[in-house]
Design a protein around this ligand. Structure first.
Ligand SMILES: NC(=O)C1=CN([C@@H]2O[C@H](COP(=O)(O)OP(=O)(O)OC[C@H]3O[C@@H](n4cnc5c(N)ncnc54)[C@H](O)[C@@H]3O)[C@@H](O)[C@H]2O)C=CC1
Ligand SMILES: O=C([O-])CC(=O)C(=O)O
Length: 267
């Protein structure tokens, strides 16, 4: 399968490096980046090959799979033409799917597919399975080191000085679907959880700026007629972007491998 990457930041670069090192059945064919010269320089510095750097709208040409790993507001720019061309689109900015419901309609019409990786979250396999039965409630509590929430519009609206936070501060409590606008780079996990389970309107979320944690910590609780679950993941922030956990690109790589694998494990 030929893979094109829309974005060359913490997620995109790590996925590109893995594909460049070599994964059976997968071939990197293009990347996209806001600074083309810098992306080319980085590839010349450590990659086996310098891949073409293309505009976001052209990634589907010559690719079977397009991976969206840009800021969420660019999801439509990447996904619409790729889905119109019937491609598989891996969406890392899951939160942006809420503002773009037409993408699923395009996929249904063209035979394209939208795949959302588990990303920085644990347990979506079990949540999806439970949702085949009756789920009573799903909650997620997200605690990030204060620096990981920098730049979020909701934090700016609160007037919270993240550098001065000495105790955990509750920054949001409510439905996941109402939070993504205020935390566009932080709550893709909550939206993915909602989409996997009982919807983002019924999935309840708390967001904490917590100076007592060093990791992006997400705890899911689910009550259903098949199981009760409590799952916590403590993700190490990536060096390039503290908002993004290191496990996120690994989750994309695992998903891409599933596409090419003769045997698939997990729901
Ligand atoms: N689903 C999940 O669990 C998670 C999702 N995310 C989301 O994944 C996305 C990517 O995250 P990161 O890699 O950490 O972000 P990043 O900020 O490190 O990288 C984004 C990259 O987008 C590219 N870009 C920006 N504008 C562009 C343009 N006009 N044309 C081409 N490329 C452009 C740049 O190369 C930039 O480096 C974000 O939306 C983030 O919120 C992040 C962590 C977890
Ligand atoms: O990496 C994380 O912990 C989660 C994250 O940023 C997101 O959901 O966008």
């Amino acid at each position: 399968m030929k893979v094109a990457l829309g974005g060359f930041g913490a997620v995109g670069r790590a996925v590109a490096e893995a594909l460049d090192r070599g994964i059976d059945g997968l071939e990197l064919v293009a990347v996209s980046a806001s600074d083309r010269a810098r992306a080319e320089a980085r590839m010349s510095g450590g990659f086996r090959k310098v891949y073409p750097v293309k505009p976001l709208e052209e990634l589907q040409d010559g690719a079977d799979v397009v991976v969206e790993c840009c800021p969420g507001h660019l999801l439509e720019t990447i996904a619409r033409p790729a889905l119109e061309a019937g491609r598989i689109v891996v969406v890392v900015s899951a939160g942006a799917l809420l503002a773009n419901p037409h993408l699923e309609e395009i996929a249904a019409r063209t035979g394209g597919r939208i795949l959302v990786p588990s990303g920085a979250l644990a347990g979506l396999d079990a949540v999806r399975a439970a949702a085949e039965g009756t789920v009573e409630s799903v909650t997620i509590s997200t605690r990030k080191p204060p620096a990981g929430l920098k730049g979020a519009p909701a934090i700016e609206a609160m007037g919270l000085d993240l550098d001065a936070v000495t105790e955990p501060v509750l920054c949001y409590a409510g439905p996941a679907e109402d939070a993504i606008a205020g935390f566009p780079a932080n709550l893709n996990v909550a939206v993915a959880l909602g989409l996997a389970g009982i919807g983002t309107a019924r999935t309840m979320l708390e967001v904490w700026a917590d100076p007592t944690v060093e990791r992006n910590t997400h705890t899911i609780r689910l009550v259903s007629d098949s199981a009760t679950m409590t799952m916590t993941i403590e993700g190490i922030p990536s060096d390039d972007n503290p908002r993004t956990g290191r496990i996120t690109p690994l989750s994309v790589i695992a998903l891409l491998k599933r596409l090419a694998a003769p045997m698939v494990i997990g729901t």
